[in-house]
Design a protein around this ligand. Structure first.
Ligand code: MRU
Length: 353
């Protein structure tokens, strides 16, 4: 295994810029793109060149460094520099509203900016070092998530996943697919069913690609098929990622996840969410408070640049939905698997942090 893992780093800081895998072109083209300005980073996040909650978190941390490098040439005083950089950081997080990891990572950079009493050059260096640190930590966290999750994967299981919570949604290894990778390393008889995940088809384009490259058996199904296969007894567990988890365990993830969770409950199939603690937003009490991103209508009306419906039809395109905590069997984190009552288990995970 690990052909994919050893070769691909989704996002990486190199000297003075951020290099990322361009996910808009998969599976046709495998290209990297170098992001050299803050605005380029904003656009890359918004246009989903980089996507997946942990990956856009790291993109945010890198974006702050890029803005800092640009502001350095503006002849500002240290205090003016810090103020401008905090403003740019706040702008950066508006690129995508739902995944809390973006906000979390940018906040980490903002703390450094606010506390700095040195000079512009040293502050930039500190931000670079912190960006790199968050980047490297992400892989280690995902491996821990993977190893905890593998403990609850039944022997020979078929695991259903939705969207892409894989290496390409993180710096490497993945959260939901991290669980798959760790389980497969112990038991090569497991396999994955991947939902296509309309409208952006992350399941079809990205999940199948990275699993195939790692030699993990994967079967692509369309989003409406999961109940059919659950009823036939062909799915043993569901593992998905998350973009923001509230203090009560309600979890926002790619649109369609809620439907899968309801189907899993009906068929008595365990439904796990795999996510780092940085995806848990303890500032919000329930999923009601999660802002759901609305994306361009063309994502629904078109496939591969071709219209699939009559001109002028009404469209709504929320990018995420919220799975209520009562449908979630466990939340797999780097600190272990959190179980209901989530209010308590989440609180304990943070106090042990
Ligand atoms: O719109 P995307 O592709 O950024 O959405 C990604 C997801 O919903 C993932 O499941 C989630 O970010 C978890 S990634 C480890």
């Amino acid at each position: 295994m690990a052909e994919f893992q050893s070769k691909i780093r989704t996002i990486e800081w190199i000297d003075t810029y951020s290099r990322m895998a361009d996910q808009t072109k998969y599976p046709d083209k495998f290209e990297f793109i170098d992001i050299k300005t803050g605005q380029e980073m904003f656009d890359a996040i918004k246009n989903m060149v980089v996507r997946g909650a942990p990956a856009i978190g790291i993109a945010g941390a890198h974006g702050v460094v890029l803005y800092a490098q640009e502001l350095k040439d503006k002849n500002l005083s240290f205090e003016e520099f810090k103020k401008e950089l905090l403003n740019k950081s706040d702008y950066l997080v508006t690129s995508r509203p739902t995944a809390v990891n973006l906000y979390w990572a940018v906040e980490k950079q903002k703390e450094i900016i606010k506390n700095s009493t040195s000079d512009i050059e040293s502050l930039i260096e500190e931000l670079r070092i912190n960006g790199k640190k968050l980047e490297l930590e992400d892989i280690e966290i995902n491996k821990k998530i993977g190893d905890y999750g593998a403990m609850v994967v039944p022997k020979g299981a078929t695991i259903l996943t939705h969207c892409n919570a894989g290496a390409l949604a993180t710096v490497g290894y993945g959260t939901a697919l991290g669980v798959v990778r760790s389980a497969f390393a112990k038991d090569p008889t497991i396999q994955v069913f991947a939902d296509e995940t309309r409208p952006r088809q992350q399941g079809a384009r990205i999940t199948t690609l990275e699993l195939k490259m790692d030699g993990i058996p994967v079967t692509l199904i369309t989003d409406g098929m999961c109940s059919y296969f659950m009823k036939k007894g062909m799915i043993n567990m569901v593992v998905v990622g998350a973009d923001r988890i509230a203090a009560n365990g309600d979890a926002a993830n790619k649109i369609g996840t809620y439907t899968v969770a309801i189907a899993a409950k009906y068929h008595n199939i365990p439904f796990y969410v795999a996510a780092p603690l940085s995806t848990i937003d303890t500032n919000i009490q329930s999923g009601e408070e999660i802002v759901i991103e609305e994306r361009p209508h063309e994502e629904v009306t078109m496939i591969n640049g071709k219209n699939i419906c009559p001109e002028g039809v009404n469209v709504i395109n929320p990018a995420f939905d919220v799975t209520p905590h009562e449908l979630i069997t466990g939340i797999i984190t780097e600190k272990g698997i959190l179980k209901p009552d989530y209010k308590n288990s989440i609180k304990s995970a943070f106090s042990a942090n």
